[in-house]
Ligand binder design. Structure first.
Ligand SMILES: Cc1cc2nc3c(=O)[nH]c(=O)nc-3n(C[C@H](O)[C@H](O)[C@H](O)COP(=O)(O)O)c2cc1C
Length: 423
């Protein structure tokens, strides 16, 4: 039986984080799937794991030094940057991400990462505050825009009794993401790292080449007065990741997005809206489409009236806020008799009875598929970086996926939809 990574060559850059020990397990997992793994350890990484351990597990010499004369004469940093099918950085430290994002090449790892044209996957791991720092988030956005794939970090208990995103994705999840990256990586130009950037106008390719895909994402803001609005916690990460994956699969993608604080996905036409009514108008203007994916968290209600001036506090009891229902975008598009996209996918964010509510929703809305997720405090995904989804079909059949990074969920969903479209 062929293994999923049979004969694929992975250069594994191990950064200097407390999670470096998990990179040893990752070597094992990648090899189990058939990959040849060449380890490269930063100076920091060597404080946590030894090159000998990495080399023994990989069955290959571990590379460590940019200015090692013997090594340069033998393989050299440019050859390292070329002689593989993909580069995986795990754990990706805050410092390595900063070096990658700024194009700094002060050590072997950063030089190879700058010199390469291969697809790159990073698995960040760090203290939650380091992860959430605007500098790290800026670097992350830059790296994503450069076509670098990202897996994790996961949420959970961390060292120093802290909790939050920052834990290295599990080795099996990283290996899954490597598989997905190698399955999808296609040279959009001479530069392999641009493969994640989506179809270029002159060279559409990929399983969804030429298909028109509409995606909605993010929350809506429903104004109360000029300074206040009703909103929800949606970050737009999942919808944006789906749009990015669709573009990477060659589709012509329109993303209608509510207000979000994340960058536009590359290779996608973005239409920015605020309210549910604006979103519906933008969606209708973006049709026809082969596939419409409604991932936005559209506000169910809006204030019955929007005040033109700021409502002032005057000591009296506040006036009750009267609400009216917003248009139902999913039901409107799914119920079209003319111009209905071939495949209409809705999202259901639920806090209770996730699957029952999703089954009821699919019948009520007339869509073809619901992607349901648990946003209860226990599920904890709204606004987070990971997602646990259940695919619910019209016949009530449910397919549950493991908790995955939202980028990976996006790629898997697009592969699934491409299959349904017969692409
Ligand atoms: C005990 C210890 C644990 C550390 N863990 C992390 C970590 O998980 N993530 C991170 O980004 N940096 C961590 N650091 C800081 C990095 O080791 C430091 O930024 C180093 O310069 C990274 O080097 P590299 O990016 O070349 O591997 C840790 C430092 C120490 C002393």
């Amino acid at each position: 039986m062929t293994r999923p990574l049979q004969n694929r060559r992975v250069l594994l850059v191990i950064g200097g984080g407390i999670a470096a020990y998990k990179a040893l397990d990752l070597i094992r997992r990648l090899r189990e799937r058939g990959a040849q793994v060449r380890p490269l350890l930063t100076k920091g990484a060597q404080e946590f794991v030894t090159p000998l351990a990495a080399a023994a597990l990989a069955g290959e010499r571990a590379h460590t030094d940019l200015f090692d004369r013997a090594e340069e004469a033998d393989i050299g940093h440019i050859k390292l940057a070329r002689d593989a099918d993909a580069i995986v950085v795990a754990p990706a430290t805050a410092s390595l991400m900063a070096r990658m994002a700024t194009g700094e090449s002060s050590d072997l790892a950063a030089t190879v990462l700058l010199a390469t044209t291969l697809p790159i996957l990073i698995a960040p791991a760090m203290n939650v505050r380091m992860w959430q720092h605007p500098a790290t988030q800026r670097n992350l956005a830059t790296l994503r825009a450069d076509g670098v794939r990202v897996v994790g970090p996961n949420e959970g208990a961390m060292a120093e009794a802290e909790f939050g995103p920052g834990r290295l994705a599990e080795p099996a999840e990283i290996a899954d993401a490597v598989e997905a990256m190698l399955a999808e990586a296609r040279p959009a130009s001479g530069f392999g790292f641009l493969a994640g950037r989506g179809a270029t106008a002159d060279a559409p390719a990929g399983p969804l080449a030429g298909r028109r895909i509409l995606v909605t994402s993010g929350p809506t803001h429903e104004p109360i007065d000029p300074v206040r609005y009703l909103a929800n916690r949606s970050s737009g990460r999942q919808g944006h990741a789906i749009a990015a994956a669709a573009a990477a699969a060659g589709a012509i993608v329109t993303l209608v997005s509510g207000p979000v604080a994340i960058p536009d996905p590359p290779g996608v036409q973005v239409v920015a809206v605020e309210t549910a009514r604006e979103m519906l108008a933008a969606v209708e203007a973006a049709l026809p489409a082969d596939l419409a994916i409604f991932a936005a968290a559209v506000g169910d209600w809006r204030p019955a009236a929007t005040r033109e001036s700021k409502i002032k506090k005057d000591g009296a009891a506040p006036a009750p806020l009267a609400l009216v229902e917003n248009p139902d975008i999913l039901a409107t598009i799914a119920g079209r008799s003319a111009g209905r996209p071939r495949l209409v996918v809705g999202f259901a964010a639920e806090t209770d009875a996730v699957l029952d509510n999703a089954r009821a929703k699919i019948a009520r809305k007339g869509c073809d598929l619901i992607v349901a997720n648990d946003v209860s405090p226990a599920g904890g995904v709204m606004g987070g970086t990971a997602n646990t989804v259940h695919l619910v079909g019209r016949d009530g059949h449910v397919e549950t996926w493991p908790t995955l990074d939202k980028d990976e969920v996006g790629r898997r969903l697009i592969r699934h939809f491409a299959g349904l479209l017969g692409a």
